[in-house]
Design a protein around this ligand. Structure first.
Ligand SMILES: NC(=O)c1ccc[n+]([C@@H]2O[C@H](COP(=O)([O-])OP(=O)(O)OC[C@H]3O[C@@H](n4cnc5c(N)ncnc54)[C@H](OP(=O)(O)O)[C@@H]3O)[C@@H](O)[C@H]2O)c1
Length: 379
């Protein structure tokens, strides 16, 4: 009994000594003041998922396709991420991207200023990934891409957020024939007027596991179709590469006030992508090119249906437009990112559409490249 008391007394100073050593690892250079209102950012730990890099980032549009990759990248480097959502169930999967307490869901309504203020109150960086491919009875393109972005930028400017990153779209232009692209351009303009230092990112069509591009082609059963004779020229880009670029923008001061156009390394005609998908998925379905007039008529009729999310005249307009790159625009190269080549990794996205009989057959081009470590699926 006496011996155990003696042991406890001897043990205690040793434990205390350990704790003292641990607290001394924080240094003055771990504290920075980057938030405009002077709020300090305090780093802790050696870096990585279980450390804190001091940044608090709010991601609007986190529940979408790109959102999950952005939240994952941010949380992996110890950023505390506020995942702003409209439905807590939709953002539940994001909790595991970061360590305990690092990913915080908050509900918001794009038309309710108070809820937006609540979401950005403690953040030093805000990402706006909000976008919608079709209009709804509650939100037009302008409500989402232009007025929504403006309201968000205003709230961020008032709250002293030091970095605002707006995700727009390649080809966004105020005189575009597409209402979607006009609203995206208007959003860019509003954001720049309110926060001149905001970073604007214009991705091309994105591919990845949850995309609405390769998955749409692969899902087709019986027959396939494309518009514009499949001759539209596009430069599809990996969602993971775009997320990587957005992650770099968290800290890179060189990106402040700049516009980045993010597109893939190769230009394809849509029909070439279809061919690639057919070859990999081993589904040689007949393809019917639908004439532009015919598809526009179908789209106009379908647009009259309630809850139509499949096709609209505006979408057809966008499907006919080639990807145009602004000469001299900043791109992946300026962020030291080498964009992934779609052909080398497409097998990983398209294999699931194969039939059982051919499921395991290799696709040499893709798998050979991946084995050499060109691409990491789980990044
Ligand atoms: N995917 C592409 O190929 C592509 C190409 C170029 C540009 N972009 C742009 O990149 C951004 C991210 O794309 P994505 O593919 O990840 O988009 P997505 O999957 O459609 O996700 C859109 C996100 O925006 C949110 N959102 C939509 N309407 C909203 C509203 N009225 N109020 C609040 N939140 C709303 C959605 O929230 P809910 O889950 O609550 O609906 C979701 O989190 C978008 O701005 C998109 O326009 C995408």
């Amino acid at each position: 009994m006496l011996a155990s008391v003696a042991l406890k007394q001897v043990g205690r100073p040793q434990v205390l000594a350990k704790v003292t050593t641990a607290t001394q690892t924080r240094n003055i250079h771990d504290v920075t003041f980057t938030k405009k209102n002077g709020q300090p950012l305090i780093r802790q730990g050696l870096g990585g998922r279980s450390s804190t890099n001091g940044h608090i980032a709010t991601v609007f549009g986190c529940t979408g396709f790109l959102g999950r990759y952005v939240v994952n990248k941010l949380a992996q480097q110890g950023t505390q991420v506020i995942v702003a959502n409209r439905d807590p169930d939709e953002s539940r999967h994001l909790k595991v991207c970061g360590d305990l307490g690092q990913v915080i869901p908050l509900e918001f309504n794009l038309k309710d200023r108070e809820s937006l203020v609540e979401c950005v109150r403690h953040s030093d960086v805000v990402y706006n990934l909000i976008g919608r491919d079709y209009e709804t009875k509650n939100f037009t393109f302008d409500d989402v891409h232009a007025d929504g972005a403006r309201r968000l930028a205003e709230v961020c400017a008032e709250s002293g957020v030091s970095k605002f990153i707006q995700v727009s779209a390649l080809n966004a232009s105020e005189d575009s024939p597409s209402k979607f692209l006009r609203s995206k351009a208007l959003g860019e303009k509003y954001v720049r007027e309110i926060i001149p230092g905001s970073t604007i990112v214009r991705p091309s069509i994105m591919w990845g596991h949850e995309d609405r591009f390769l998955n749409k082609i692969g899902e087709n059963e019986g027959w396939q179709y494309y518009v514009n004779e499949g001759e539209t020229k596009i430069r599809p880009v990996s969602a993971i590469d775009v997320a990587q670029a957005l992650d770099i923008m968290l800290t890179a001061e060189s990106t402040v006030g700049k516009t980045f156009e993010l597109y893939g390394p190769k230009e394809y005609q849509v029909k070439q992508i279809f061919e690639l998908a057919r070859e990999i998925a081993m589904k040689p379905l007949p393809i019917y090119p639908i004439p532009n007039v015919g598809i526009k008529l179908i789209a106009t009729l379908m647009d009259k249906l309630p809850y139509n999310q499949m096709v609209s005249p505006d979408l057809i307009e966008r499907l006919k437009m080639d990807d145009k790159i602004t000469p001299g625009a900043l791109t992946f190269e300026d962020l030291y990112i080498k964009p992934t080549d779609l052909e080398t990794v497409a097998i990983y996205f398209l294999r699931r559409f194969r039939s059982n009989a051919v499921f395991d057959l290799p696709y040499e081009k893709g798998e050979g490249q991946v084995q050499k470590g060109v691409y990491h699926l789980i990044d």
